[in-house]
Design a protein around this ligand. Sequence first.
Ligand SMILES: [Zn+2]
Length: 223
Amino acid sequence: MASFYHLYFYRRQRDEDFILKRSFCESCNKTLKFYDLIPIFSYVFNRGRCRYCGAKIGLDKFVLEILSGILAVFVVNKSGVSIYSWLLILEIVVILFIGYIDYATTYIYNVDLLILFVIEIILKIYFRDSIYLSILDSFILGAFFIILYKFSGMMGLGDAMYALVCGFILRDFFELFLFFNISFISCAIISLVLIILKKKNLKSSISFGPYMSFSLILLLILR
Ligand SMILES: [Zn+2]
């Protein structure tokens, strides 16, 4: 799933077909064999490079595949092998990528939010979750971020849209409270570290999406 989502993200940036077109190296254009495409393992065996031209493959691809694998183990360990686990892992992978894409490009794409929203609707219908509190969470969180976006310039509109979907995934006010705290506190800690390391200064802008993703994934796997 993680490997496919990465491909989907890259190809849609370049307006390329992401279903029928075979995988190829972006440097030498060589079509890759199936054994060049095994997540995690191919990266390790080829030492992070293209086997044909030696071009480096981004470490981010490798890290996202490992992280997705670890999170999937967490989910299956807790909920067993079931449709629920499968949907939850899919949802977590999309959340992970929304955070990553925001970090890498500073954009949160509506298409990713729509995919996430649809997965959550399926989960809610399938498990007959009450959606009233979720809708309320969604509006509270969305309204707060839209106010931040309008009046402080701290957040982008993408963050506000993402907050709406995050709120919808949360089940009650306690989860909303935790989500809010974890995302803002983790953002503050990381920003402080980056300022101390002089990678950022007080005027730098930051992407907030990764912290929302972190907070949401933490709540989903510990639920
Ligand atoms: Zn190559």
